[in-house]
Design a protein around this ligand. Structure first.
Ligand code: ATP
Ligand code: MG
Length: 462
C-alpha cells in the first residue's frame, strides 16, 4: 500500500501531547505579553493614522472642540478674577458714597455663564466625536483582524495558541483604541498646562516664578515614580497573561483534566497564579495611591507660597486680592494635567506594544496561497499521485520522508500506522493545508499548488 520511504516517527513515538505543542508554539509564535516597548513607534503611528483617515472630519472636529474646551477651562479663573475686581470696584464706589453701578459685574456674570455653556457643548462634542473616531478605528481593526485570521494557514495556528490570538483581537485592539484617546487627552493636558503658565505670568511675573519653584520637585518625583511604576505595571500585565494562559489551557484540556483527576492539582496551580495577579495589582494600586497625596501636598505648598508672598504684597497694596484668588485657582488646576501625563506614559507604551503586535499579526503572511496564474481544478476523476513528497512542521523534524504513491480513480486507499506516524498529516497535505517541502502532489495530473484553493477545497474533504 505504501511505497517509498515511509513515515517518520516524528517527535519520539509521536505522542501529540497538547502541552508539548503548546510550548513549541510559544517559542516559535508571537512575542510575550507583558513587555513594554518604546513610547513612540513611528510605524505603528502611521499605520494607525491610516485607520483614522476615513474619519478625518470627526477627528478634526474632536481636536477643535478639545481646544475650545481647554480654553474655557483656562479662562474660568480669569473670569472669576474679573468678577472680584468688579466687586472690589463697586465696594470702593459705595464706600466713597458714589452711585454704584453693577453693569460691569453683570457683564462678567454673563461671561461666566457663557463660558460654562460653551464648555458644556464643546466638551460634549469633543467626547462624542472622539468616541466615534476611536470606535470606528476599533471596528475596522477588528474586521481586518478577523478577515486575516480566516485566511491564515493552519501552520500559523500551530505556532500560536488560541488564547494569544484572542488576546490580539480583544486586549490589544482595545489598547490601541485607547491610544487615540490618550493622544488627544495628553494634547489637552499639555495645552492647559501651557495656558495656565501663560495666565500665571500675565497675572504676576514674580509670583508666577515663586509658585513654579515647586515644579522641578514635582518633575523629580514624577520621574522616580515613573521608574518604579514601569516595573510594577509590567508585572501586572505579565500576571494577567499567565492567568489567562492557565485558564485557556485548562478549558481546552478539560477532558484530560477530568479523566486524570487533575482538578485539585490544577486548582492549586491556578490559585497560585491568580494570587500572583492579585499581589501585582495590589502593589500597583498602592503605587498609584501614593502619587495622589504627594501631588496634593505639592499643590498645598504652592498655594501656601502664593498666599504668603501674594498676601504680603496685598497687605502692602501692591497686589490685587483678585490676582491671589486667580493664582490659587490656577495652581489647583495646574497639577492635574501633570499627574495625568505621568500616568498616561505607561499607557502610551502599552498602546504602542499592542500596536506592534496587531500590525505584526496583520502582516503575517499567508503561507499557503494561490499562485498568480492558478486555474480552477476541473471536476475531478480522482487520479492522485504523490511524487517523492517530504514534509516537516518543525524544521529538522521531518514527518513525511519521501513517499511515492499512485491512486487510480475509484480506488480506495487506507493509511494504516501507529499514532503519530503521519496519517493525518498526509491527508492535510492532500487538502493543501500545508505545502509539501519537497516533491509534488497531483490530482488528475494537476499539481495542487497550481490550482485555486477554492476549487480544490470544493472537491476534497477532510
Ligand atoms: N501541527 C503540528 N506541528 C508540529 N508537529 C506536528 C503537528 N501535527 C502533527 N505533528 C507531528 O507530526 C507527526 C505526525 O502526526 P500525525 O497527526 O500526522 O499522525 P497520525 O498518524 O495522524 O497520528 P494519530 O494516529 O495519532 O492520529 C507526529 O510526530 C506529530 O507529533
Ligand atoms: Mg491522526
Amino acid at each position: 500500500m505504501m511505497h517509498g520511504g515511509g513515515f517518520g516517527g516524528g517527535m519520539g513515538g509521536g505522542s501529540m501531547g497538547g502541552g508539548g505543542m503548546g510550548r513549541m508554539g510559544r517559542r516559535l509564535g508571537m512575542d510575550d505579553e507583558g513587555e513594554l516597548g518604546s513610547v513612540y513607534n513611528h510605524r505603528v503611528v502611521t499605520r494607525l493614522l491610516s485607520y483614522v483617515l476615513p474619519h478625518k472630519g470627526l477627528a478634526i472636529m474632536s481636536l477643535l472642540t478639545m481646544l475650545v474646551t481647554t480654553f474655557t477651562i483656562v479662562a474660568q479663573p480669569w473670569i472669576i478674577k474679573l468678577a472680584i475686581d468688579e466687586l472690589v470696584d463697586t465696594g470702593e464706589q459705595v464706600n466713597a458714597g458714589e452711585q454704584a453701578t453693577v453693569g460691569a459685574l453683570a457683564f462678567v456674570m454673563v461671561l461666566f455663564a457663557v463660558n460654562m455653556g460653551v464648555r458644556f457643548v464643546s466638551n460634549y462634542m469633543y467626547q462624542v466625536s472622539l468616541a466615534r473616531v476611536s470606535q470606528g478605528v476599533l471596528y475596522s481593526l477588528r474586521t481586518r483582524i478577523f478577515g486575516h485570521l480566516q485566511r491564515l494557514s493552519p501552520s500559523f495556528y500551530d505556532r500560536n495558541e488560541v488564547g494569544r490570538i484572542m488576546s490580539r483581537g480583544q486586549n490589544d485592539v482595545n489598547q490601541l483604541q485607547e491610544f487615540l484617546n490618550l493622544v488627544v487627552s495628553s494634547l489637552a493636558d499639555v495645552l492647559s498646562l501651557g495656558g495656565i503658565v501663560i495666565a500665571l505670568f500675565l497675572l504676576d511675573v514674580q509670583l508666577a516664578l515663586i509658585t513654579l519653584t515647586v515644579i522641578p520637585v514635582l518633575i523629580g518625583i514624577m520621574l522616580i515614580w515613573q521608574k518604579i511604576a514601569w516595573g510594577t505595571f509590567m508585572r501586572v500585565r505579565q500576571a494577567i497573561s499567565v492567568v489567562n494562559a492557565n485558564l485557556q489551557e485548562n478549558i481546552s484540556g478539560i477532558r484530560v483534566v477530568q479523566s486524570l483527576n487533575r482538578e485539585e492539582t490544577n486548582m492549586e496551580r491556578f490559585d497560585e497564579v491568580n494570587n500572583g495577579h492579585l499581589e501585582a495589582n495590589l502593589h500597583a494600586s498602592r503605587l498609584s495611591a501614593a502619587l495622589m497625596p504627594t501631588v496634593e501636598i505639592l499643590t498645598a505648598i504652592a498655594i501656601g507660597l502664593v498666599v504668603i508672598f501674594g498676601g504680603r504684597q496685598a497687605i502692602n497694596g501692591t497686589m490685587e486680592v483678585s490676582v491671589i484668588v486667580a493664582f490659587v485657582l490656577y495652581v489647583q488646576r495646574f497639577f492635574d494635567p501633570i499627574r495625568n501625563l505621568t500616568m498616561q506614559y505607561t499607557q502610551f507604551q502599552r498602546a504602542m506594544t499592542s500596536g506592534v503586535r496587531i500590525f505584526g499579526l496583520l502582516d503575517t503572511p499567508v503561507e499557503v496561497k494561490d499562485k498568480e496564474d492558478a486555474v480552477d481544478l476541473p471536476p475531478v476523476k480522482g487520479a492522485i499521485t504523490l511524487e517523492g513528497i517530504r514534509f516537516h512542521y518543525v524544521p529538522e523534524i521531518e514527518v513525511v520522508k519521501g513517499i511515492d504513491l499512485t491512486i487510480q480513480p475509484g480506488e480506495t486507499v487506507a493509511f494504516v500506522g501507529q499514532t503519530g506516524a503521519g496519517k493525518t498529516t498526509l491527508v492535510a497535505l492532500l487538502n493543501r493545508f500545508y505545502d509539501v517541502t519537497e516533491g509534488r502532489i497531483t490530482i488528475d495530473g494537476y499539481d495542487i499548488r497550481d490550482v485555486t484553493q477554492d476549487s480544490l477545497a470544493r472537491q476534497t474533504a477532510m
